[in-house]
Every structure is written in structure tokens, then in C-alpha cells.
Design a protein around this ligand. Sequence first.
Ligand code: ATP
Ligand code: MG
Length: 450
Amino acid sequence: MALLAKAPKGTHDILPSEVRKWQYVEDTAMDLAEIYGFQEIRTPNFEDINLFVRSVGDTSDVVQKEMYEFEDKGGRHLALKPEGTAGAVRACLENGLLNETLPVRVCYNGRNYRYERPQSGRYREFNQFGVEMFGSAEPSADAEIIDLMNSILEHLQIDEYHLEINSIGCPQCRKAYHKALEEYYAAHKNELCKTCLDRLEKNPMRLLDCKEENCQKLAENAPKTLDYLCDECKSHFEKLQKYLDAMNIKYAVNPKIVRGLDYYTKTVFEFVCDKIGAQGTICGGGRYDGLVEQLGGKPTPAIGFAIGLERLIMLMESCNAEFPAPPECEIYIAAMGEKALDTAILLTHDLRKRTFFAQTDTVGRSVKAQMKYADKIGAKYTLVLGDEEIEKGSAILKNMATGETSEISIGQDFVDDFYDTLVRDEERDHRFGHDDDDDECDCGYCHHEH
Ligand code: ATP
Ligand code: MG
């Protein structure tokens, strides 16, 4: 049968077998961000297009080529959000969050949209976890958020990455830098791509981030931002490095990083991994001291980062990082006949109320087929109910791993009795397979002389 429709190009489904990985990564990032003082914010998936044009910048690739823009039925010019910072700033301003005690720290986990050429690690709809910190101009804030990102990667057991940092200065030092860039590129005008020729007049720094091969080659020898920093920016960058050293966070200064979005000032950084192919940048971030004011707020320094979750999970897989195992079905109750099924449904309901992972038949299978199914889903225990069991008020509970059976009442005490069996069996597992190194286990056998 031909499918009526397929997933749009550049999108991907996250299937139940994969979704646990995502939840684990998202929860880890969110939990860590929380202990650094960040609180989650949720903003719309689409915004007034001007928000992005003004913040990301009208000469950036994102605005020039990648934006999903549309007019709604009310004639509003909107865009699906290509990144998270602009929306977070807008929401904080609109809701007065930045009038409260500073710094304000927010984090988010959201979907972004960019009309790009899909390839490994590059999608048209992708997920980012990001943090934004408002109101700290100090380099200690830069160090803090880099530390957070580092900590997320460590917790996820990723070790094959490196951190690259740079400073692209403030509007003050950028004047001289732009001049130097214009002079450098003036001699190479005929080697530039069409878009870059246009950018040269409006925003020469964008040329350094162009993905065209020729432009990238030219960028290699272009003047470096670090040589044009004012004293303030220089000292900020030096202090950041001092803090990173103190926290024992390894990094390299890469004067070629300028980042693709216009709002950055001073510190910019990337976490990069060579293991996942061409799309190796898993996280990008930096300071954006001018953006809040540019969007209509009071001058407020800010810094943030965003991690691409698709790339992060790809990287975890290639590092063989561990993901938590899915929950196991604790008991399958098979039923033969209508009466038995009534009881099975009730017992399953009672078990679930007490948070046991329990299943019973919902598709009218024969008992034999039900047992096969129980085996397939890896149920730890099974219980078979028929007329005879209902009459007696008890049934045989079977431990599927050991084959051991025991009689259990299917009356009021069933859930408690099942719990006791489960715990007893778990203890016995530890007794025979006890683990002297398991500090966590308090089963009464691990960690004890036998
Ligand atoms: P790239 O240079 O790879 O295009 P970028 O500089 O455009 O990245 P940012 O805007 O800084 O990326 O976004 C931060 C992170 O979001 C990236 O490091 C990456 O992990 C992820 N990301 C960006 N664009 C995509 C995409 N199209 N598909 C999947 N992940 C993406
Ligand atoms: Mg990009």
C-alpha cells in the first residue's frame, strides 16, 4: 500500500525505541542547568519575523537563506523560530523578567527550523537545549556557562570533544577590525561568492563564517579579531581563560570562530567533536551584550549557549555512552475465559495504581498466545487465571527467569503479596550474584560476608 504522505524533507521522527535516550539527555541537561540556577522558559515556535531579522541579523545565513517565513490568515508576517535566544530575550522583556533581581537565568528545550540542505547532523527541524543568562557582564558568567556545558557532556559520559574559544570584541574594537577586514577583502573581491560580495559592504565579519569553499579559504588568512581587541575586551578574555584554567577546563583559543549570528560580542565558543563527521559542532554560544537593548530593553549584558540534541545523541552513540534501560514489565496476567479476564483486568488496574508495570490481554489472544506474548515483552512474572483459579481465589505465580512457581491469593492482598515476592526474589538474586562493590545496594546481601 502506498503511503499517503511521508515525513517532510529534513524532518525526522523520534520513535519510541529512541525516545528514552532523548528524555535522558534532556533531563540530564535540565537537571544540571537547575543546579546552576537556570529555570525553564517555554516560548512560541513562531514569532514576528522582525524579531529574528533584527537579532540574528539580515546578513546572516539564517535570515538570508534558512528562515521558514510565512504570512498567517490575519496577514501577520511570521517565522518559525530558527534559534532560541531571540524568543527568550523577547519573552523576558515582554514579561518584565529583567526588571527583577539580576542575573536572570533561563533555559529551554525546543524545536528549531532552518531551511538547510539536509545531511547527517543537519536537519530542517531540529532540537536544541539552550541557556541564557542576563545581567552579568563579568567573565565569571562566561566561565560559569562554559562550565555548565562541560558538565553536561561529562555527565553524559562524552569524552571525545574539545572546547574552542575566541573573543570577537565589542562594537568599540570592531570598528578597527571591520576596517581591516574591508581592506583585506578589497584585494580579493573577484574570489568571493555573490552573497559575500553583498555582505562585504554591510557586515564584513559575516564573510568569515561563509560555508563556500573559496570564501573559507580566504577567511584562513583574514585579519583576526584578537589582534583588534580593546583593553576592556582583552582583559575580559584573559580573565575568562584564568577561570577556565582554575576549573581545570581544557580549551584552545581559536581566532577563527566568529559564530553565524550577528548578536554576539566578546566571548564566543564552540564545543566540537571530530567523531561525527562534517557537522562536528555540537554546541555554540557566546556573549551578546547589545541584544537586549536592541530589542527594546534596558542595556543588559547577556550570555548563552545552545546544544544541538541530534548531534549530541549521535555523538553519545558513537562514544558508546550508556543510556538508561527501558522499564521492564513486572507481571503479565494471562486470562482464559470471560470471568478470568474480568479479574485480570481488575488486578492489573490495582497493580498499576500501586505503580507496578503490569499487563493483561487486550486483543483476545488464546492463553497460549498470551504466554508467548508475555515472553516476548520480557515479563518478569506471569499469572494464569482460569475458571478454576477464580473459584479457588488463588493462582500460580511464575518467575519467568528461574521457572520457580508459588501460589498467590488473588483476593484483596494480591498486590501486597506480589510486592513481597518481587522483593524476596530480588534479594535472592543479590545473594547468589552479590556484588561486593555495590555501595548503593541495601538488599542485606551485597557488601556482607557470606
Ligand atoms: P552550523 O555551523 O553547523 O550550521 P550553526 O552555527 O548554524 O551550526 P548555531 O546556530 O550556533 O549553529 O546552533 C547551535 C547548535 O545547534 C549547533 O552547534 C548544532 O549542534 C545545532 N544545529 C544548528 N543547526 C542545525 C541543524 N540544521 N540541524 C541540526 N542541528 C543543528
Ligand atoms: Mg548553520
